[in-house]
Design a protein around this ligand. Structure first.
Ligand code: ARG
Length: 455
């Protein structure tokens, strides 16, 4: 154990923490990532202190200059992070005091690391959400581009992973564009609640000093200030909301990944992913594996795990700040990183997908998938739906028994017009209701999304 006490909070201690304790409790090894926001927060706080007469203009200038120099050192990799200094806040404050002396010692006036860390993560998260939504839009763009390129390609649509009804490949891809659009909305909504400034809440009960919280919040670009100091230092809802939204986005990405994995298998054969976006097997020379899609699917597990971690961290935690909350950061950083890289990689891969039209067309031309259209045909002729369903079901059984095709049997039983029902493109063109995959509808959706994404 060191004889000297800890420099920031060591006033009441006769000795510093044991080495093992320092190693166990430090967070600078991961929270250093908050340095830009920590420095921005400190500069705004210093200006706020000057506004209410607690710092002189000259002191603020010194503090700002010192902090900018530290920021530059960190960015250029010259800054020496000191694990004795526990976290990003104390590292930067200690470096500032070393650099500018007395004025640096005044920076922490009216502030606690409790409101400081809450401010830092909120700033960090709002910025991350901006990048996330940029990547979401980028992926939506890649999906729309492929949809437009493949606007005439028909594939089977599946329910229960059994061939159900033919759809345009573009319609299938646009389903993901819709999901991702809702994800982006959820992220934007999460950013709205995260973008509120806790600074000025102090450790738990604000300050006796007359701080101008609104002024500081405005300097930092926050939309407002928190209204309860205890809530402000203890709340991590915004982190849970981010995880929940990230997890759901992961669910969508993993479903897209799964579709691509299936489609690229020999059994489906609908797509080929370009060599540069696949990997080989160390043993089987013939293998070409869709690893990006598999990892996108697999990394979603982390997003789910981190959501559960964040919720569990908050469960039963007494008000207000507890050191447990330090454990909020690593999973948050990991989830944001995983999500950004996955969105980016999947978008790139979408731009390197070759569609095998012959296979798609052959699979989509299975007339059994238009059995429902024959039911509709009979309904239009006046047959009650249940009867029509039963009659077509009996025809399908006959197909299985006789191996005569459904169009042939239908034409024989209900006239030549019934046989024409089985033209895939005619069947698609007839699906004109809002949200249905007629080529006209799908083209309109592509246009709509292009406008939304470029706007
Ligand atoms: N490293 C801490 C965290 O991430 C910062 C706040 C520490 N506050 C305290 N009173 N020890 O939560």
């Amino acid at each position: 154990m060191k004889k000297t006490s800890q420099s920031t909070w060591g006033g009441r201690f006769s000795a510093g923490p044991a080495e093992a304790v320092k190693a166990y409790t430090e967070s600078v090894s991961f929270d250093w990532r908050l340095f830009n926001h920590d420095i921005a927060g400190s500069i705004a706080h210093a200006k706020g202190l000057a506004k209410v007469g607690l710092l002189t203009r000259a002191e603020v200038k010194k503090i700002e200059r010192g902090l900018r120099a530290i920021q530059h050192e960190i960015e250029s990799g010259k800054f020496k992070w000191d694990f004795d200094c526990e976290d990003v806040h104390m590292n930067i404050e200690a470096a500032l005091i070393r650099k500018i002396g007395a004025a640096g010692k005044k920076l922490h006036t009216g502030r606690s690391r409790n409101d400081q860390i809450a401010t830092d993560i909120r700033l960090w998260l709002v910025a991350k959400i901006r990048s996330t939504n940029f990547e979401i839009r980028n992926l939506q763009g890649a999906l729309v581009t492929l949809a437009e390129k493949e606007c005439d390609t028909v594939i089977p649509g599946y329910t229960h992973l059994q061939r159900a009804q033919p759809v345009l490949l573009a319609h299938h891809l646009l389903a993901y564009v819709e999901m991702l659009g809702r994800d982006a909305e959820r992220f934007a909504d999460c950013a709205k609640r995260a973008n509120i400034c806790p600074l000025g809440s102090g450790a738990i009960a604000g300050s006796t000093l007359k701080l101008d919280r609104a002024y500081v919040a405005k300097l930092l670009g926050f939309a407002g200030v928190t209204q309860n100091s205890m809530d402000a230092v203890g709340d991590r809802d915004f982190i849970v909301e981010f995880h929940a939204t990230a997890a759901l986005t992961g669910a969508h990405l993993s479903r897209l990944a799964e579709d691509l994995i299936l489609w690229s298998s020999a059994e489906f054969g609908f797509i080929t992913i370009a060599d540069a976006y696949t990997t080989g097997s160390s043993l089987m020379p013939q293998k070409k594996n869709p690893d990006i899609a598999e990892l996108a699917r697999g990394k979603t597990a982390r997003l789910y795990g981190n959501l559960v971690q964040a919720l569990t961290l908050l469960k039963s935690l007494p008000l207000t700040y507890n050191r447990d909350l330090q454990e909020d950061k690593q999973p948050l950083f990991k989830s944001a990183d995983v999500l950004l890289s996955t969105l980016h990689m999947v978008a790139e891969m979408m731009g390197h997908i070759h569609v095998n039209h012959v296979k798609c067309e052959a699979a989509a031309s299975d007339p059994l998938m238009l059995a429902t259209d024959l039911v509709d045909f009979l309904v239009m002729k006046g047959m009650p739906f249940r009867e029509a369903h039963h009659a077509v079901g009996a025809l399908v059984a006959e197909v299985e028994k006789t191996h005569i095709s459904l169009p042939k049997l239908a034409a024989k039983k209900y006239g030549p017009a019934a046989g024409k029902v089985f033209d895939v493109r005619r069947a698609l063109a007839a699906r004109t209701a809002i949200g249905a995959p007629s080529p006209k509808n799908v083209a309109a959706q592509i246009k709509r999304w292009k406008k939304l994404l470029n706007g």
